[in-house]
Design a protein around this ligand. Structure first.
Ligand SMILES: [Zn+2]
Ligand SMILES: [Zn+2]
Length: 390
């Protein structure tokens, strides 16, 4: 399972020239870990066996239960054991170590973890085989108790999305994908589940493709009745397999979702003004699609602002929490000093609606049929046939 760094580098080298890649299945991904945290220090250990810390030309083995502290030291990384610095260098590899730091979530990962220092903080990158990565991601991005065909669907789209998005961060941060929702949520081995592992295994190496490349298989929790074309939300050019439309032929598929709505949130004008760096917010008007999705938002006040709905929504998420204004399919009404936001669904509304896919699976569709419904014009192929898109 563990490849040598040399092999990794040669893979990266091959990919950067966009050569057809024959071994996507055994591919090693580089995932940025705990990217939502500012890492001033971490503690690593292993309750079940020894763990190793490796630097070029040096390796320390620590016994089960020992705790090692890792700190940034200028541009370098410093390893401390029993209160003393034992190693110092520009990068280290952790093998079989779990991250167990007070104040941070406990994490354990398959594969090796590369520790470096970036702008005075620790930066962690997990070098993990694609299929191991998926077993974790699919558990985090769906409900393991859902029907197997829905889980298989999620395994294929998580695999395709990862392969289509490899250049998301690598230029700046030294990894392919982060572990947050803007890529896919990845919490390592702690999140794994037998039903999900079966779904990943039974679809091993299968990818949705479009024009001989992995398709950008975007997905969201609940569309609330209508899905929306990618370019409307994210800008850029329209992808034919992400053109959106009604969710279901005769009846709306995702109606059983707890997020279907309508839901309602009330935010004070002062809180909103603060979030958007305005002194005063008097009115909000929306430009909406016939389906109800917001497209543009005008904030009238001091100073007045106009922005696309997607950055407006992201700002609401970071300021008030992601579970509040759940989707982009909403309307806004002013009531006194407050703004009442009423909406449907959860997520950006582009691509596959997970609660819709679940319903199709419950009604007897297999994963191929569900994928074909949500991503028309794509083909399910072995990843070895595709060109890489890094
Ligand atoms: Zn990301
Ligand atoms: Zn839906």
């Amino acid at each position: 399972m563990k490849k040598m760094k040399v092999l990794m580098l040669s893979l990266v080298f091959l990919l950067s020239f966009r050569l057809p890649l024959r071994a996507e299945e055994g591919k090693i991904l580089r995932i940025g870990l705990m990217t939502g945290y500012s890492l001033d220090r971490i503690q690593v250990t292993n309750a079940k066996g020894p763990f190793r810390i490796k630097a070029p030309g040096a390796e320390n083995v620590f016994a089960s239960g020992h705790v090692v502290e890792i700190l940034p030291a200028g541009d370098l990384v410093s390893i401390h054991f029993r209160g003393r610095q034992t190693m110092r260098g520009s990068s280290f590899k952790l093998i079989d170590a779990s991250i167990d730091t007070p104040g941070l979530p406990w994490r354990r990962y398959a594969g090796e973890i590369l520790v470096r220092c970036e702008s005075g903080k620790l930066s962690l990158c997990n070098e993990v085989p694609l299929e191991d990565y998926l077993a974790s991601v699919v558990s985090n991005e769906t409900e393991p108790k859902w029907p197997l065909e829905a889980l298989k669907c999620q395994a294929v789209i998580a695999r395709s999305f990862a392969l289509a998005s490899l250049s998301q961060h690598s230029k700046h941060r030294g990894f392919d994908l982060c572990d947050l929702t803007d890529c896919q949520v990845y919490h390592g081995l702690g999140a794994r589940n037998p039903a999900v592992e079966k779904a990943v295994r039974e679809t091993r190496g299968q990818v949705l493709s479009y024009q001989n490349r992995p398709a950008l298989t975007l997905y969201h929790s609940t569309c609330g009745g209508t899905r929306v074309p990618n370019n409307v939300i994210f800008g850029g050019s329209a992808l034919s397999y992400l053109r959106g439309g009604q969710d279901g032929e005769k009846k709306v598929l995702c109606r059983e979702s707890p997020h279907f709505g309508p839901w309602q949130v009330s935010l004070s004008s002062s809180e909103l003004a603060k979030a958007f760096e305005m002194e005063k917010l008097e009115a909000i008007s929306l430009e909406r699609l016939p389906s109800g999705y917001a497209k543009k938002v005008s904030l009238r006040g001091n100073p007045s602002k106009k922005l696309d709905a997607y950055p407006f929504w992201l700002k609401l998420g970071t300021s008030f929490g992601w579970g509040e204004v759940k989707s982009l399919n909403f309307s806004i009404k002013k009531e006194g000093e407050r703004f009442v936001i009423t909406g449907r669904g959860m997520g950006h509304g582009v691509g596959l609606c997970q609660w819709g896919a679940r319903k199709m699976a419950l009604e007897g569709s297999n994963y191929r049929k569900i994928l074909n419904y949500y991503f028309p014009g794509t083909a399910l192929v072995p990843s070895s046939r595709l060109e890489a898109s890094r």
